[in-house]
Each structure stands twice: as structure tokens, then as C-alpha cells.
Design a protein around this ligand. Structure first.
Ligand code: ADP
Length: 637
């Protein structure tokens, strides 16, 4: 017996004993090797001008034997000599680039899921088999050879018989053990579905002799009561469709075909919103076929949601969900990337893969953005619907990178405009605002309708500026990360100084604050601790007597969000507010009269009502609703 090289032994051990459960990929790996061997043979025949080799004869044949518990993967490809069996199967190719370490590192390696990411080729056979026999006859040779191994210590090579050129890989399946079910791999339908799933687009036919129950021909003398009889016949069926839809030119495929492919592959019952095709040439060649769905899947916001694109290398799927190909902010995009330049072998430079994937990701990111921008500009209704479904993902992308992805994503935001009663982009806001306006105003809360009526929104609208009404929880966090857009900074209307008043207004307010210093301080003292200041606000709308704005870093919107969390998660920071009094309002005059007339009890009642009203208008909870009710009723007595 010949011994495996150390690193091969380690990899084999790791694979067989790893927690990795996706064993079914062994079939994809072996089919892909078979397909490579057909490619190699075909290229060789062109080189040698060997007319005896006809492309149409090249095929991969699958066979199962339930009694012997074997699966055989055969090809009539280039085959291997005894030396090649030794060289190719005795050691994992170029495995030097992957260091197998002992102890902790080895455990980590399990987690990296190397098998799932890049495949480990031929050795994956040992995930399901406790013995593998390879019988191969090389192109141009008369002698067949057999390689055999239990995948533990080593292997044997001996002379053997085989009819023609090519290779049979015979897997002797392991016995079922507990939850580990290997027997199911012997079922025709399992094989069929695995081929469809992973190897559908292999460009050689993958065939299998299947037993099919067929109706017998109706005898000529059959009477009226003849019942159709069935018989089992063995038919050679081709399991794969062979043509990848993504390698076809866009003009050769109808939208209908793309839609069908999308629905069946990504399990959606609606057509996609957008079909995107990409063909890259140059240093790195690849095709991508991407889809923007219409509806968010129910689990899009679950942490278990599997995002990413299916990654193919020369029509063989190497990863079902490759996250490295898609930025997280576009995690809703579905699709396939196929690049012949990526190979299936983990043993090739991992870093190289990373760099290649990064380059593809950047291109995809740009492309998805431009397609979304196109929908935004040319079909606003569709975009509004899209944004309802996937807007939070984009907003989260801005927030979670602290605005670093702003260049990519800010343009894609839309919000309700208080002035225009429709959803607009930040750019559209700026266009309408004109250059002189310094800020983009926004209000954040739980309902657009309520926000439109809030005193702080009204004050800004009265001053002639539009306000974006943001009712998603994430909005405020997102806009704080955007910070500024088109040289205007973003200002929360409920966050203190709104920079609204013109100079005379400002002077007015300052004068009033100065004149009423003691009055305002006394009023602040009877209010709860969150009020840090009581100030004059002659600029408030005529029908608004009082308003509350945030003082300090916690805006009203954030405060509401905090209120929605369990107490233990709210943190130590307490919200602080400024109470603004509309000095032109009749209520203010009443308050001032009571105070000046030394009716302190009445002044206290009135200021508390003004405070509670301001809380209500912003949708904040009252400290003591009963006290508020009583105070209001006392005015009616
Ligand atoms: P690779 O990623 O290179 O295919 P594998 O471990 O799967 O790595 O296979 C090692 C080598 O064994 C292949 O590169 C190929 O030369 C050879 N080989 C495997 N299967 C076949 C086959 N069916 N026919 C011919 N050669 C094969």
C-alpha cells in the first residue's frame, strides 16, 4: 500500500469528521472532474487532429447499484495512466498554499467551511464512501489501471480491465448511522435532483439508466373494458439541460424565459422587478444574471437569511450563496455569477479568489445601483413600491457603515415630502429648496400623518421650507449618518435650533428671553427634570401655543425609539427638552397675567398644560395623564 501525503491525510480526516453536513456536493465535484476530463480530451483531439473523437459522443454516465451499495460516475474522457493516478489522486494538488495546523487552528478550519466554499474535488467522495475504486484507461493507452482506497492511510494501484478510454469512479457507500443517511443517494430521484441542482449547466450530457414505468401498447383485440397495463423499462435519460441561460446573449432570451428561470431557481411566485445581465471581459471574464425581486422574502430581515449570489465556475455551481459577491445593502438581489477564471480547487491561492471576488462585487454593486437609479427616474411608482419593500436594507447600509456607503446609497433614498405630498429624493428636495436654504429638514416619528401636523414640522413649513417625513424606525439613524447632502446639512426639526428665524425674529426672541428671565426660570422649576430651559418662540405657527424640542444629542425620534425598548436596554442617557412658548399666543398672555398677578397656582397649572400639550403633539407619553386631565378640567370650572 502506498501512503497518502501528510496534508492529504489531514484534509481527508477533516472532511470525513467535520461537522460539515452538505455531503451531497460530492456528486457535483466528481461530475465536474468528469466534465474536465472530457474538455481535456476534446482539446487534445483538436491538437492531434484526431477525427475519431466526436464531441457528440462525449458523456458522463451515472449508475447506482442498490445491492452492492455503489454509485459509479463514468466518463469517456482523457483518463489517467498509472503514474497519473498516483500523482493526481495520491495527493491533493498544490495543497501547500493551505496550511493545516494542529489544535485550535484545525478546529477553526472546520468553521471556515472550506468544503462548501471551494470544493475539495475528488476527496469529497470519502464524505459518503468508505471505499473508492477508480478504474481508468488513458487516451492513447491500452492498459487500464485501478486505484483503490479507504481514504484513511493510503491507496493501492494495480492493473485492471476497462473497455474503452475514460474513468469510472466507484463509490462504496458508507452504512447509514443515526441521522447519517447514505442510502438515499442510491435513489434515482435523489441523483436526478442533485444533478439538476448543482450540475444542470454542465455542457456534456449527464445520463443515467432509469427504470421507468411505461404503458404497454394496447392489444388489437382489447375490449372496451381494457385497462392500460404498465411495464418497467430501462431508459437512458439525460439529466441536465446543458445550456446556462446566463451565457446566452440578452437578445437571445425572452423576458418570459428569464422570469421562469428566476421563479424556479429562487422560489418566488412573482416575476422579478428587474432583470440585469452583465458580461465582463478582459483580465477577468464572467457572466452575471441578476434579479431585483418585487417583494421582500418574509425572512429578509432575519439573521438566518441567506443572501449572496450563486457562484459558478464553468457552469458548475461552486457555492449556492456567495456573500462576497454582493454588498450587504443589496442583499435582496438574487442571481448567478459564472466565471471560468475561478477554479473549483481550494488549493489554489485563496487570496487570489478574494481579490477576484472583490472586483466582481464592485462591478455588481455599481450595476445594481445604476439599475435602481433607472427605475427611480423612469418609473417612480414602481420605485416607491420597491422602496417600501427594500428601503430599510438600503437605509441600514448607510447607518451600519456610518455613512461610508453614502456615495453609493444616498441617491437611492426617498422620503415623503410634507410640501409635495409624495415621495422625493434628497436631490429633488435640494432642487426645490434652492441654494440659499442651508438645511434639509426632516421629521422623524411613527406616522407620516402625525409628523405632518407636529408643531416643529409646522414651524418649518411656515417658514417656507419643505420637511421630509420619516416614519421608519431606522430613518433617523440613517439620516444622522448621511449628515449632509449636496452641501446642505440634515436637520431634525425636533432637535433644537432650527435656524429658521430671520435676524429680527432672532433678536426678538433674545430680547423676550432676557426680559422674562426670572419668569422662565420659575416656570422651568415647576416642570419635570427633562426641561432644561423655557424659551420664547414667537416664530411658532399662530395656532400653536407651545412646542418641545430636544436639547442635547438624543432627538425626539430616538427618544421614542428608546421608549419602545424594554427598560433594561434603554441605556443611562435621559432625554432632555427645551419648552418653547409662542409669545404671540393668547395662552401665553394668560400665563403671563397669572404670573404677574401673583396667582402662582394658576400659572403652574397653565405651564403644566402647555408642557403636556407639547408632549402630546410630538407623540411623547405624558408623565401623569390624570393630572393633565384635571388641570384641563379646572380651566372649565
Ligand atoms: P481538481 O480540482 O484539480 O479537479 P481533484 O482532487 O478533484 O482536483 O482531482 C485531482 C486530479 O485528478 C484532477 O486535476 C485530474 O487531473 C485528475 N482526475 C480526477 N478525476 C478525473 C477523471 N474523471 N478523469 C481524468 N482525470 C481525473
Amino acid at each position: 500500500m502506498r501512503k497518502f501525503k501528510t496534508e492529504s491525510k489531514k484534509l481527508l480526516h477533516l472532511m470525513v469528521h467535520s461537522i460539515y453536513t452538505n455531503r451531497e456536493i460530492f456528486l457535483r465535484e466528481l461530475i465536474s472532474n468528469a466534465s474536465d476530463s472530457l474538455d481535456k480530451l476534446y482539446m487534445k483531439s483538436l491538437e492531434n487532429d484526431d477525427k475519431s473523437i466526436v464531441r457528440g459522443d462525449l458523456e458522463i454516465l451515472l449508475k447506482t447499484d442498490k445491492d452492492a451499495r455503489t454509485i459509479t460516475i463514468s466518463d469517456n474522457g482523457i483518463g489517467m495512466t498509472a503514474e497519473e493516478l498516483e500523482k493526481n489522486l495520491g495527493t491533493i494538488a498544490h495543497s501547500g498554499s493551505l496550511e493545516f495546523k494542529e489544535g485550535e487552528d484545525a478546529k477553526k478550519l472546520d468553521g471556515i467551511d472550506i468544503i462548501g466554499q471551494f470544493g475539495v474535488g475528488f476527496y469529497s467522495a470519502f464524505m459518503v464512501a468508505d471505499k473508492v475504486t477508480v478504474i481508468s484507461k488513458a487516451y492513447g493507452s491500452d492498459q487500464a489501471n485501478m486505484w483503490e482506497s479507504d481514504g484513511v492511510e493510503g491507496y493501492t494501484i494495480s492493473e485492471a480491465e476497462r473497455d474503452g478510454r475514460g474513468t469510472d469512479v466507484i463509490l462504496h457507500l458508507r452504512d447509514d448511522e443515526g441521522e447519517d443517511d447514505y442510502t438515499s443517494f442510491l435513489q434515482d430521484y435523489t441523483i436526478r435532483s442533485l444533478v439538476r441542482r448543482y450540475s444542470d449547466y454542465i455542457h456534456y450530457p449527464i445520463r443515467m439508466d432509469a427504470v421507468i414505468s411505461k404503458p404497454k401498447p394496447k392489444p388489437e383485440d382489447a375490449g372496451d373494458d381494457y385497462k392500460t397495463e404498465y411495464e418497467d423499462v430501462v431508459e437512458r435519460e439525460t439529466l441536465n439541460s446543458m445550456i446556462p441561460i446566463w451565457t446566452k446573449k440578452r437578445s437571445e432570451v425572452t423576458d418570459e424565459e428569464y422570469n421562469e428561470f428566476y421563479k424556479s431557481t429562487f422560489h418566488d411566485n412573482e416575476d422579478p422587478l428587474r432583470i440585469i445581465t452583465l458580461h465582463a471581459e478582459g483580465t477577468m471574464e464572467y457572466d452575471a444574471l441578476l434579479f431585483i425581486p418585487k417583494k421582500a422574502p418574509y425572512d429578509l430581515y432575519n439573521k438566518d437569511f441567506k443572501s449572496g449570489l450563486a457562484l459558478y465556475s464553468s457552469n458548475v455551481m461552486i457555492m449556492e450563496h456567495c456573500e462576497d459577491l454582493l454588498p450587504d445593502c443589496f442583499r435582496f438581489v438574487r442571481g448567478v455569477v459564472d466565471s471560468a477564471d475561478l477554479n473549483l480547487n481550494i488549493s489554489r491561492e485563496m487570496l487570489q479568489h478574494d481579490r477576484q471576488l472583490k472586483a466582481i462585487e464592485r462591478r455588481i454593486e455599481k450595476k445594481v445601483k445604476s439599475e435602481l437609479a433607472d427605475i427611480r427616474d423612469n418609473d417612480r411608482d414602481a420605485y416607491v413600491k420597491f422602496f417600501e419593500e427594500f428601503g430599510p436594507t438600503i437605509k441600514y447600509g448607510i447607518y451600519s457603515t456610518f455613512g461610508a456607503q453614502g456615495d453609493l446609497l444616498n441617491d437611492l433614498l426617498i422620503f415623503d415630502s410634507a410640501k409635495e405630498n409624495k415621495m422625493i429624493t434628497l436631490d429633488e428636495y435640494n432642487q426645490a429648496a434652492g441654494e440659499d436654504q442651508k438645511h434639509i429638514y426632516y421629521a422623524s416619528g411613527d406616522s407620516v400623518e402625525r409628523l405632518a401636523k407636529a408643531p416643529s414640522t409646522r414651524a418649518v413649513l411656515d417658514a417656507g421650507y419643505d420637511v421630509l417625513l420619516c416614519s421608519d424606525n431606522i430613518d433617523e439613524f440613517c439620516l444622522m449618518s448621511v449628515r449632509e447632502y449636496g452641501e446642505k446639512d440634515l436637520k431634525n426639526v425636533a432637535a433644537g435650533d432650527l435656524d429658521l428665524e430671520d435676524e429680527t425674529d432672532k433678536e426678538d426672541a433674545e430680547r423676550l428671553n432676557e426680559e422674562n428671565k426670572d419668569f422662565f426660570t420659575d416656570m422651568q422649576n415647576v416642570l419635570p427634570e427633562d426641561i432644561t430651559k423655557v424659551v420664547a418662540a414667537p416664530f411658532l405657527s399662530d395656532d400653536i401655543a407651545s412646542a418641545i424640542v430636544a436639547d442635547g444629542p438624543m432627538s425626539i425620534g430616538m427618544e421614542k425609539y428608546m421608549n419602545s425598548l424594554p427598560e433594561s436596554q434603554r441605556g443611562d442617557q435621559k432625554p432632555q427638552h427645551i419648552l418653547q412658548l409662542n409669545t404671540t399666543h393668547a395662552a401665553y398672555k394668560k400665563l403671563k397675567e397669572a404670573y404677574d398677578g401673583d396667582d402662582i397656582a394658576k400659572a403652574e397649572t397653565l405651564i403644566k398644560i402647555l408642557y403636556d400639550q407639547a408632549l402630546l403633539a410630538e407623540g411623547l407619553p405624558l408623565g401623569d395623564p390624570t393630572e393633565f386631565n384635571q388641570a384641563v378640567l379646572s380651566l372649565m370650572e
